[in-house]
Ligand binder design. Structure first.
Ligand code: NAP
Length: 327
């Protein structure tokens, strides 16, 4: 790790930028690399770096790396952005963006605010919740949203439940089958969104039991999770488990989009044109938070969107005379 990364970059309250990039996943960090080339005074503000890379273990489909740890790829992205001269400020959660004349005021949950002539929103999406009794109460005490991050903590336990039928759930069930005595894979249908290879792999494991056409109705326990109630074709059953891994996908942070006045599609993703422009001139969006290529979320597609958004933001600033000679 380089010295650049270990140093905590500062952000002055009221600081002004040509461009602010919100979000430190592949889309935001890729945008940062490009805006540095356009010599824009820019910063990446983000809760955390990595985005979806934090929820996966290995990446084997990003060009140039036949197989790389997701955490290592994140470090490389960050190093590249910071090495290009763009600050990456973590712990900054944007809650509102207000247009004021030719500028945007970007407000954080901690009460900080900074200003930009253009904004790239690359805020990704957050983990979807089941919304059942016990879920919030036991979060961090047996309820987890990341098998890859928390799975090793369950080594030697009797049983866990994994909920979902996508890649994340199947990957989680496979991983956990190596740590615990039994894995219940609970899915609301009997067919899967997950890659067939993952489904076959999970099915081949003796200690993975598929509980299909079934939904979790409650998570039970005392100090920690002890069981999960499931409603299926044969009625309601209680499965004794030490953990519940909720792997049911993501959803975009719609409140921020609504507050900012951004147009979204029916599922709450920001509508963008082919140059990543939103309905608000000067705000561009990239990555998983957008409506583009919704069925195909990849690191490479997020990075591509980030680079296009950076180019478009630069063109916007030039055309508006907000940078360069006309400034
Ligand atoms: P996903 O593909 O959206 O799958 C979500 C799953 O959860 C679906 O099976 C869905 O059921 C179920 N679900 C959604 N809401 C639910 C609810 N309220 N109650 C019960 N079940 C619910 O999400 P993901 O698995 O997190 O993957 C997200 C993206 O990351 C995908 O593009 C995936 O390919 C990618 N990813 C890839 C890898 C890999 O390649 N190794 C690993 C992880 C993630 P239905 O099917 O019935 O809708």
């Amino acid at each position: 790790m380089s010295l650049r990364i270990s140093r905590k970059p500062k952000l002055e309250k009221g600081e002004r930028f040509d461009l602010v990039i919100v979000g430190g996943g592949p889309a935001g960090l890729s945008a940062a690399v490009y805006v540095a080339r356009f010599l824009l005074k820019s910063v990446v503000v983000t809760i955390d770096v990595g985005g979806q890379l934090n929820w996966t273990e290995w990446i084997d489909d990003y060009p140039g790396f036949s197989k790389i740890k997701a955490s290592e790829l994140t470090s490389k992205f960050r190093e590249h952005a910071e090495g290009s001269g763009v600050r990456v400020v973590t712990g900054f959660e944007v809650v509102d963006i207000k247009k004021e004349g030719e500028e945007f005021r970007i407000i954080s949950s901690g009460g900080n605010e900074i200003f930009a002539k253009a904004v790239i929103l690359a805020v990704g999406s957050r983990r979807r919740k089941l919304g059942v009794p016990g879920e919030d109460r036991f979060q961090g005490r047996g309820v987890s949203y990341c098998s890859i991050c928390d799975g090793p903590l369950y080594r030697g336990k009797r049983a866990v439940a994994v909920v979902g039928g996508g890649d994340a759930a199947l990957e989680g069930a496979i991983l956990l089958s190596g740590y615990v005595g039994k894995v219940y894979l609970i899915h609301r249908r009997d067919s899967f969104r997950a890659k067939p290879l993952l489904v076959e792999d999970a099915k081949s494991r003796e200690n993975v039991e598929f509980v299909l056409n079934s939904v979790v109705t409650e998570i039970l326990g005392e100090d920690e999770v002890k069981a999960v109630k499931v409603r299926g074709p044969k009625g309601e059953a209680t499965l004794e488990v030490d953990g519940v891994f909720v792997e049911i996908g993501q959803e975009p942070p719609v409140e921020l989009f609504r507050r900012t006045g951004l147009e979204t599609d029916e599922q709450g993703y920001v509508k963008v044109g082919e140059w990543m422009e939103t309905n608000i001139p000067g705000i561009f969006a990239a990555g998983d938070a957008t409506s583009l290529w919704r069925g195909f979320r990849q690191v490479v597609t997020a990075a591509a969107m980030g680079s296009v958004a950076a180019y478009s933001a630069y063109q916007y600033l030039l055309e508006k005379g907000l940078i360069g000679g006309k400034r």
